[in-house]
Ligand binder design. Structure first.
Ligand code: ADP
Ligand code: MG
Length: 350
């Protein structure tokens, strides 16, 4: 107990996402929201920039600079890179400058439900070596459900579907636990990949992941009807890239229908995972979900028409959470606010 008052206000919740990392500071709320990207000097290994600044250099860095995303498919792919990212963001969030102060913050960080023990230990180690005094893990779908305001402690089933960059997490929660869960490594990044492939196939144009994401945000959709409403006619986008044969820069006009065709496969996989998880759910709780419906969180929830598509295929009411990109970190933040009780509820401490 000693030191817990001193540490107060320095406890943080982290949503260490494949696409974005958000930090919640106890007593303050969300203080940071940055892309999970770092730019490193290839020769010296020095970190040149982190977050939004590094993301701008993705795909257009000179030879001696590598911009990379240290998290892939929801888990740590580059340990050192993740540690840098965390160290930088944790110091920024807690106002620490220069050398790390002691004691470091206590940290609640969420992890996808489908990860292995090794992947889980890597997260604990990365957060620990970035300066945390203690690390508590919470399951991502649980954090998303809490952040979306679902009644997770009640004896009723609530379903949350978190669609991030690397993974889609589906879970039915009841009485503080997950009664059914599914996790697939198909989410926003996969949509970007298939859009890039489609543009190459339809237009012979090579585009990078950043451009593919821009196309998705501008004219992406999962349902034709929704799209028509949303776009009001402006359903095409001029895209810049490199000719796949001649190698020269040029543009092409990509249509919403082409993007829809491209994302059909990942969208269908997400829908299938939702159905599988409903199937695995005990009958009583499935009944609850029927009544309450499904809540979508994560950036992928913003794909136009995805809510309607899931509703149509499951026959259940579906809604997108308010501020879907913030749900997971808000959920972790709520746990941070009650960090003293945490051990008794959802989290495992390390
Ligand atoms: P993660 O938890 O993996 O960091 P996020 O929940 O932050 O992921 O969501 C990031 C993903 O959401 C990215 O793939 C991004 O392209 C996607 N995204 C963000 N806004 C939209 C939008 N309006 N339409 C479709 N996808 C979106
Ligand atoms: Mg996420």
């Amino acid at each position: 107990m000693a030191g817990s008052r001193q540490g107060r206000g320095q406890d943080i919740g982290i949503d260490l996402g494949t696409a974005n990392t958000l930090v919640y500071l106890r007593g303050k709320g969300i203080v940071l929201n940055e892309p999970s990207v770092i730019a490193v000097d290839r020769k010296t290994g020095e970190v040149l920039s982190v977050g939004a600044e590094a993301k701008r250099t993705l795909g257009r860095t000179p030879e001696d600079v590598v911009a990379s995303r240290p998290l892939q498919d929801g888990v740590i792919a580059d340990f050192e890179g993740t540690r840098h990212l965390l160290r930088h963001l944790m110091a920024k969030a807690t106002g620490a400058t220069g050398r790390w102060f002691r004691p470091g913050p206590r940290v609640v960080v969420c992890v996808p439900s489908g990860i292995t023990g090794v992947e889980r230990r890597a997260v604990i180690e990365a957060v620990g070596s970035a300066g945390a005094r203690s690390v508590h893990l919470i399951q991502e779908p649980m954090a998303a459900a809490i952040g979306a305001g679902l009644p997770v402690q009640e004896p009723t089933g609530s379903m949350v579907v978190d669609i991030g960059g690397g993974t889609t997490e589906v879970a039915v929660v009841s009485m503080g636990g997950m009664v059914a869960a599914g996790s697939i490594r198909v989410a926003g990044d996969r949509m970007d990949e298939v859009i890039a492939k489609q543009v190459k196939k339809d237009h012979g144009l090579l585009i990078g992941e950043r451009t593919a994401e821009e196309v998705k945000l501008a004219i992406g959709s999962a349902e034709a009807a929704e799209a028509a409403e949303a776009f009001e006619g402006a359903d095409e986008l001029e895209v810049r890239g490199r000719d796949s044969v001649l190698g020269l820069p040029r543009t092409a006009l990509v249509t919403a229908a082409q993007v829809r065709e491209a994302v059909e496969e990942p969208v269908a996989e997400i829908v299938a995972e939702v159905k599988r998880t409903l199937d695995r759910c005990p009958p009583e709780l499935a009944g609850d979900v029927m009544g309450q419906g499904i809540v979508l969180t994560g950036g992928g929830a913003l794909l136009r028409g995805l809510d309607r598509r899931i509703a149509r295929e499951t026959g259940l009411p579906v809604r997108v959470a308010e501020n879907p990109l913030d749900c997971v970190v808000v959920g972790s933040g709520k746990c941070v606010e009650e960090i003293e009780e945490l051990r008794r509820t959802f989290a495992v401490s390390a």
